[in-house]
Design a protein around this ligand. Structure first.
Ligand code: HPA
Length: 278
C-alpha cells in the first residue's frame, strides 16, 4: 500500500468536492450500484479521475464514487468494486475503503450479492453479516506493515460492529423484514462453488458464500474504523439450488430486491453517519 497515493486519493476527493471530511461510506455490491444515483445533491467522481484507484472490469459495476451530504454530515457511496478474481492485488482491492477512512469515515457499510447456504434464507433476502470465514487464501495485510495505517497484528474479534448490527436489526424490523444474520464465507472465485465446497463452508459455520467484502472488512478494521456488512441473497448456493448458478440470476434478483434494499439504506444511513466516535 503506497501511503502517499492513498493520501493523494483522499485529498483529490476532498478538494474536488470542497468537503473537508466524510463521516461514513457505503460500498455498493453487484447490482446495487444504482442506489448512489438517487442522491440528487451528490457529486459523482469517476474512479479513473482519482489517483491510484483501480478500475472495475466486471459488468454491473460502473466504477465511481458519489459524494453526498446527508443532514449536516457527508457520505461517500462507492459503486463498483474490484475483486481478486479479476487479477487485482489485495492492495488495489482495499484501496477504495482505505481512501474512505483516510477521508475521515469512521463507519463503513459493505454490501454484496451472495449465495444462501442457511435454509432460512430465500433469494431476495437481506442478511446482516455477523462474522466471516476468509477462504480466499489471501489477506490484504500481507507484506510490510505501514504503522501509519494500523497495527501489524490487528484484532479480529468483532470485525462487524455489534452496535451497528443491533441498529441495523432495528431497521430491518421497521422495514418489515426478518433480521437475518449470518457468517459470510469468502471464496476467491470466479467459479461459483462446487456443492462439496458449499457443504464444507456449511460445516465450517457459513450461512452465506461470496467473492468479496472480506479483504475490505480486514483493511477497515486495520485502520480502526467500524464495519457493518449486508448480503443480498441473490441465489441459493450450489447444491442447495436445484438449478445451475448464473450471473444473470444474480443481477436479476438484485434488480428485484432494489426497492427493499433502497428502503433499508434510506432508513439506516442516518444511523450509520451519526457516529459518536470522533
Ligand atoms: N457464490 C459466490 N458468489 C456469489 C454467489 C454464490 O452463490 N451469488 C452471488 N455471488
Amino acid at each position: 500500500m503506497n501511503y502517499h497515493t492513498l493520501m493523494a486519493a483522499s485529498a483529490s476527493i476532498r478538494m474536488f468536492t470542497g468537503v473537508d471530511r466524510y463521516d461514513a461510506a457505503v460500498v455498493l455490491g453487484s447490482g446495487l450500484g444504482s442506489y448512489a444515483t438517487a442522491f440528487n445533491d451528490g457529486v459523482e467522481i469517476k474512479f479513473v479521475d482519482i489517483p491510484g484507484f483501480p478500475i472495475p472490469k466486471v459488468a454491473g459495476h460502473s466504477g465511481s464514487v458519489v459524494a453526498a451530504p446527508l443532514g449536516n454530515k457527508n457520505v461517500l457511496l462507492f459503486s463498483g468494486r474490484v475483486h481478486a478474481y479479476e487479477g487485482w492485488e489485495m492492495d488495489e482491492i482495499v484501496f477504495g475503503v482505505r481512501t474512505a477512512v483516510a477521508c475521515g469515515a469512521k463507519r463503513i457499510m459493505l454490501t454484496n450479492a451472495a449465495g444462501g447456504i442457511n435454509p432460512a434464507y430465500a433469494p431476495g433476502d437481506l442478511v446482516m453479516i455477523s462474522d466471516h470465514l476468509n477462504l480466499t487464501g489471501r489477506n490484504p495485510l500481507v507484506g510490510a506493515n505501514d504503522d501509519r495505517l494500523g497495527p501489524r497484528f490487528p484484532d479480529m474479534s468483532e470485525v462487524y460492529s455489534a452496535d451497528l448490527r443491533a441498529q441495523l436489526a432495528d431497521t430491518f424490523r421497521e422495514s418489515g423484514l426478518v433480521p437475518h444474520e449470518g457468517v459470510y464465507a469468502a471464496f476467491l472465485g470466479p467459479t461459483y462453488e462446487t456443492p462439496a465446497e458449499v457443504q464444507m463452508a456449511k460445516t465450517l459455520g457459513a450461512d452465506l458464500v461470496g467473492m468479496s467484502t472480506v479483504p475490505e472488512a480486514i483493511a477497515i478494521r486495520h485502520m480502526g474504523a467500524e464495519v457493518v456488512g449486508v448480503s443480498l441473497v441473490t441465489n441459493l448456493a450450489a447444491g442447495i439450488s436445484p438449478t445451475p448458478l448464473s450471473h444473470d440470476e444474480v443481477t436479476e434478483t438484485a434488480a428485484r430486491a432494489r426497492a427493499t434494499f433502497t428502503n433499508v439504506l434510506d432508513r439506516f444511513l442516518p444511523t450509520l453517519i451519526d457516529s459518536p466516535i470522533d
